[in-house]
Design a protein around this ligand. Structure first.
Ligand code: PRX
Length: 695
């Protein structure tokens, strides 16, 4: 049913609104005259000009398209898919799915039988359409003076050379390739080269430690690892090659040696003379890849052949290898990019995410390039050399669409408006937010100060698992509410359920689930389909369970409230409490650890760890430091706890389960909200914990 949207159909055409309607309404200011009730003071309406030129320019148009996408998904998605090149068209069944565990194995297939290639569609197809000379990638290095660019034709040549090299060394269809690179152009090049030959890439964020990298290598057993010698981030140099070497010692001990290491010489960070090297095994990218032909035939693959694996954290156990396939992912990332950012061919698009995360996969590499867009790749840190760097870059490249995470918005907001207003930013048209809920005050600052009250904000809610945007504004179509991700994308049916799995109607709050599959959905967890079913499809039978809480207001707007499981979101990075705990307890002096997330002004959440030491070990700052080091070296610096709270004991039920609810309250000092502690095996533990935290 599309009923939740009906109430807004009176916002007939936003293009008929008085000029100035695009400004943020101040409390009690009437933006829409009579049209919207007085309490809707926080509606932000797209400007006349924006809506007039938008792909979707009114709520009615959105509703029509949405209705069609739900009532006739096969027709809706087939039409869009037909805009791509398919060597062979898909079979009669556009989508076949079972997401109900009661009916058997969970299985999702889109465009089955269709034969295509995502690299061909991103590059060759756009070149054939006359865009060969259009800039595909701009690259801005760590230092403001370092930059580069590749047109679509040049990018294809680079991709082909690497693809030919990979084929030459024996990488073929279905083989895994691990990519551990910073944001150089070589990162999207490597992804596309794998896709071209049907190899399955697994990009590991270059902030992960050797231990995390080796864990992923052991799981997916790549034929080759592609990395670089070092990278500079801000004022620091990080020796990635050393991390790769350590990871491979570990993986070799576990029976997974990777014989070929293709290393890009990132000269601005480190030259080859100072790089530790093993002749015969390590190969410099620059020594081999440029010798290969600049044309490479395409490996045509089935729509359901795997495209990539991307590891992500869950509430328990080791990271999960989220598996995405080719056809549906291609159609879905391209379409979501186009509509959520109201893409125009003249846009210059910049997403600050790293390709090591899903955002970089879908919205640095695939989605934009499939649309023939010009994409900026930024290697550096957004606050280096100073907090104005982003806007310096926006002006330098005339960026029109700027997509980032709330944590960066909050950090820049704290640094003051001066860093923003000293730059023009006139080119900006659309802003985007992703990774965590954006609080209304950060939303307003982003809108008013960065976007000069001119640019709609697409607050896109989605996940590694969903492949692309699920709930997102379509700028131009809808009035926005600061902090709300608004409405579902085409083809997506979100439902909010109570703990028993009953669908809630109207204004409500509960667990966010999705009914029916969508083209970009993940198809499995690598090597563990059972965990796929248990984690996502069993908690609420008949639905995909997202792990997020959500409320819906009386106008049908969605408000994401964060994870409801043991996953913490630090600066938009997803971290499992279990992973941090396991890193802590691996420390020889740690007896037990329990980790919770607490609210943090800039990072959204930060990691708070309760630690019990082995009997007889004195609690000291040294131990504290070495515990933090254990987490940094086992996961990565981004997962380091902000606080270690010494815990003489942990609050456990009689059956030995740690009561995190209580720990969360202690961590955030909400001591009058501890709730019932009588079910604890030893209730006095709570008082001890409170006492210790005062020191
Ligand atoms: O809790 C939600 C939060 O990030 C989680 C997904 O993390 P990950 O798979 O790493 O992907 C991040 C980039 C898509 C979600 O379960 N999240 C992501 N975007 C939003 C969000 N929470 C609120 N609003 C968002 N726009």
């Amino acid at each position: 049913s599309v009923a939740p949207f009906d109430h807004l159909s009176h916002v007939e055409s936003t293009s008929q609104l008085p000029s100035g309607a695009g400004r943020i309404s101040r409390p009690n200011a009437v933006v829409l005259g009579e049209a919207i009730a007085a309490e809707e003071v926080d509606l932000v309406v797209p400007s006349h000009d924006f809506s007039r030129d938008a792909l979707v320019s009114s709520p009615e148009q959105y509703q029509q398209m949405y209705k069609r996408s739900i009532e006739d998904p096969a027709g809706f998605w087939s039409e869009i898919a037909s805009e791509f090149y398919w060597k062979e068209r898909w079979g009669p069944e556009v989508c076949s799915e079972n997401i109900d565990v009661r009916k058997g194995t969970v299985k999702i297939e889109w465009f089955k039988g269709g034969v295509t290639n995502i690299c061909y569609n991103a590059l060759d197809r756009n070149i054939e359409a006359g865009n060969g000379d259009k800039v595909a990638l701009y690259w801005e290095g760590n230092e403001p003076a370092q930059d580069g660019q590749l047109t679509y034709a040049q990018l294809l040549e680079k991709v082909c050379q690497l693809a030919n090299y990979l084929k030459h060394v024996g990488v073929g269809k279905g083989d895994a390739v691990v990519i551990y690179l910073p944001m150089l152009m070589e990162l999207p090049i490597a992804m596309l080269a794998c896709a071209r030959i049907g190899a399955v890439h697994s990009v590991v964020f270059a902030g992960f430690s050797a231990e995390s990298l080796s864990q992923r290598i052991i799981d997916c057993k790549p034929k080759v690892i592609i990395s670089c010698n070092a990278v500079r981030r801000g004022a620091k140099t990080i020796h990635l090659k050393g991390i790769v070497d350590n990871a491979l010692v570990e993986s070799t001990e576990n029976g997974v040696p990777v014989d070929l290491r293709l290393i890009y010489e990132n000269k601005s960070a480190m030259d080859r003379e100072t790089t530790k090297w093993q002749e015969g095994r390590d190969i410099w990218w620059q020594d081999v890849v440029p010798q290969y032909p600049t044309k490479c035939s395409v490996e045509w693959v089935d729509a359901e052949d795997p495209l990539f694996l991307l590891y992500t954290s869950g509430s328990t156990g080791k990271p999960k290898g989220v598996l995405h396939t080719t056809g549906g992912y291609m159609v879905y990332t391209a379409t979501t990019f186009k509509y959520a950012f109201d893409y125009k061919p003249s846009d210059v698009y910049w997403c600050t995410a790293d390709c090591g995360w899903i955002t970089g996969h879908s919205y640095v590499t695939y989605g934009p390039l499939l649309n023939g867009a010009t994409v900026l790749v930024f290697e550096g840190a957004p606050s280096y050399p100073d907090a104005g760097r982003c806007w310096d870059i926006v002006d330098k490249y005339k960026v029109t669409i700027f997509y980032t995470a709330p944590t960066l918005v909050r950090a820049l907001m704290r640094d003051g408006d001066e860093y923003v207003t000293r730059y023009s930013r006139k080119s900006l048209r659309v802003l985007g937010s992703v990774g965590e809920p954006i609080n209304p005050s950060a939303w307003r600052w982003f809108y008013n100060v960065v976007g000069d009250s001119r640019c709609p904000i697409s607050d896109t809610w989605w996940q590694t698992e969903t492949g692309g945007f699920m709930i997102t504004p379509i700028p131009g179509a809808w009035p926005q509410k600061p902090g709300s991700a608004t409405f579902p994308f085409f083809g997506i049916e979100p439902v909010i359920v109570d703990e028993k799995g009953n669908e809630l109607e109207g204004e409500c709050s509960g667990y966010l689930c999705i009914k029916k599959s969508w083209p970009g959905a993940f198809r499995s967890l690598y090597g563990d389909h059972e965990r796929y079913e248990t984690t996502y499809f069993k908690p609420f039978t008949g639905y995909y369970f997202t792990g997020d809480g959500c409320s819906r207001d009386k106008d049908g707007y969605h408000w994401l409230t964060g994870r409801v499981d043991d996953v913490i979101n630090v600066s938009g990075h997803r971290i499992g409490t279990a992973e941090v705990e396991s890193a802590l307890v691996s420390h020889p002096q740690c007896a037990e650890a329990a980790v919770v997330g607490v609210d943090h002004e800039v990072k959204g959440q930060s990691i708070y760890a309760f630690v019990t030491l082995v009997d007889g070990v004195p609690y000291s700052n040294e131990v504290r430091k070495s515990l933090i080091l254990a987490v940094r070296s086992q996961i990565g610096a981004f997962a380091a706890p902000d606080k270690i709270h010494w815990a003489p004991g942990l609050p456990k039920t009689r059956s030995g389960k740690i009561m995190r609810r209580i720990l969360r309250k202690i961590a955030s000092r909400q001591l009058d909200e501890l709730g019932d502690t009588s079910t604890l095996a030893d209730p006095s533990v709570v008082d001890q914990l409170i006492e210790v935290s005062d020191h």
